[in-house]
Write a protein that binds this ligand. Structure first.
Ligand SMILES: [Zn+2]
Length: 475
């Protein structure tokens, strides 16, 4: 099945091609723990990855780690000040500073069951490629040196601004930016190689000691890894300008030809309808949320519940709704675990409905990764499956049992929640004890309910009673 995706460059939906499909996703700057907004962007990359694989495309997917920029350098300097004499030089301190955040990033990806990307290039491993890119731009007459730094002269690139459609009339020729990030719509020459004195982290170059600009890092790594144009480049909408605009400018001027066929961007995540910020007190890392008892499978489901091109609002109600949906999925899985299986003929009606649900699910995803509509297909199927089990009075033909289970597992190739479900290891026997305890509680037989609770505790599980039902969790 072919997959279409909205292309920010052309503002139209286009069919993805490539064998393999070469994808580069802007990853984290490893100077602190990633927040839930960052994870929206990583989940978006994961959904793209999973959808293409599900649709039969071979994929080669890279997500970079920015380990040198103003923030990481500041951290490295602080680290050496706190530990005088501990590090041979600032580069060693930089690695020491970024290592735990890099490790935390990978641990967080795992917690949200984001499939590992094929490649995770680190900026500091690609300095020669970055200097080569600077040299090419100087040779082409597009970059110029000033006070030990090298800048990109945007007036030399006739189609500068084609991705963001930024207003070029605001261009102040000859004015420069010396930092990695600057205000939206303010177009100026940007830094490719930034001079750094002895007090900063630096590498030697013909233009003086310095370090790469952030935009330069991605362009050089893409060229070095993929050796040519790539099919899809992803990131959050806040990266369209200036980061991605500058990547295009550098790569096309240095290497010639097209840089990226398809640009894909996901929207912001809001918390209680406001932009997340530390000062507003609505800033959460993934770690914060898990410590608050939020479930990773619920967070994952929540992030899939809105289309990537729409803003998503992180609220306690929205999380409750996601939790209820996840519960329905797990309840059906658990119910299947308890149904009797017999050798009766399989139902052609169920087989046809299951096949249709799979096809519809994939078709919704293949249409610009429409996760909300794909989830609607899952819910419709769960209603049908539950009704089928009702009619069969919990006594299913073995073939029908397999059909439903396999269909749920097919959906999970995208949802990615089964591996995260706390009750994944719960046997039918334990589930039966939990059901009996719930029945006893409903009948106000608290003595019996407590006895069953203790029995479950002895088996190593505690009961979690939530608004949406009871679950077992390993003690
Ligand atoms: Zn980037």
């Amino acid at each position: 099945m072919s997959v279409t995706l909205f292309n920010t460059l052309t503002r139209t939906k286009e069919t993805i091609s490539g064998s393999p499909v070469k994808i580069y996703s802007c990853g984290p700057t490893v100077y602190n723990y990633a927040h839930i907004g960052n994870f929206r962007s990583y989940i978006f990359a994961d959904i793209l990855n999973r959808t293409l694989r599900l649709a039969g495309y071979p994929v080669l997917h890279a997500m970079n780690l920015t380990d040198v920029d103003d923030k990481t350098i500041k951290g490295a300097i602080e680290l050496t000040q706190k530990n005088p004499g501990k590090y041979a030089d600032l580069k060693e301190a930089l690695h020491a500073y970024t290592a735990p955040y890099t490790e935390a990033f990978f641990a967080d990806l795992k917690k949200l069951n984001i499939i590992p990307f094929d490649l995770h290039p680190r900026a500091t491993d690609f300095i020669p490629a970055m200097l080569d890119l600077v040299e090419r731009l100087i040779q082409a007459g597009i970059a110029y040196e000033q006070d030990g730094s090298v800048y990109y002269r945007i007036a030399e690139k006739k189609d500068y601004g084609k991705l963001s459609r930024v207003d070029l009339d605001k261009n102040k020729t000859g004015t420069r930016y010396n930092t990695d990030e600057y205000d939206k719509d303010d177009v100026r020459d940007f830094v490719l190689w930034k001079a750094e004195g002895k007090d900063g982290v630096h590498w030697h170059s013909d233009h003086g000691d310095g370090r790469p600009g952030w935009h330069l890092e991605c362009s050089a790594m893409i060229h070095e890894i993929f050796k040519g144009p790539i099919d899809i480049h992803t990131g959050g909408v806040d990266l369209i300008f200036p980061h991605h605009e500058n990547e295009i400018a550098q790569s096309e001027a240095a290497y010639g030809g097209e840089f990226v066929k398809h640009w894909a961007h996901c929207e912001h995540l809001l918390v209680d309808n406001r932009k997340m910020s530390k000062s507003a007190g609505n800033f959460f890392t993934l770690r914060d949320l898990l410590e608050q008892g939020k479930k990773p499978e619920v967070l994952r489901y929540f992030l899939l519940s809105a289309h990537y091109s729409q803003k998503i609002n992180f609220t306690s109600d929205a999380l409750d709704m996601a939790a209820a949906s996840v519960d329905k999925f797990f309840s059906l899985m658990n119910r299947l675990g308890r149904t009797a299986k017999n050798q009766a003929d399989v139902s052609p009606v169920l087989a046809a409905a299951s096949e249709k649900a799979r096809q519809n699910f994939l078709a919704e995803l293949a249409d610009d990764l429409n996760t909300p509509r794909a989830l609607a297909v899952v819910h419709e199927y769960m209603r049908e499956a539950n009704a089928f089990i009702d009619t069969a009075k919990e006594n299913l033909a073995a073939g029908d049992h397999t059909t439903i289970l396999e269909t749920l597992r097919f959906f999970d190739k995208l949802l990615g929640i089964i591996d995260l479900m706390p009750q994944a290891g719960v046997s039918a026997e334990l589930q039966a004890l939990l059901d009996e305890r719930n029945q006893a509680r409903a009948a106000k037989d608290f003595k019996r309910a407590d006895a069953l609770r203790d029995q479950l505790l002895k088996a190593g599980y505690k009961i979690l009673d939530t608004k949406t039902g009871s679950h077992l969790e390993k003690v």
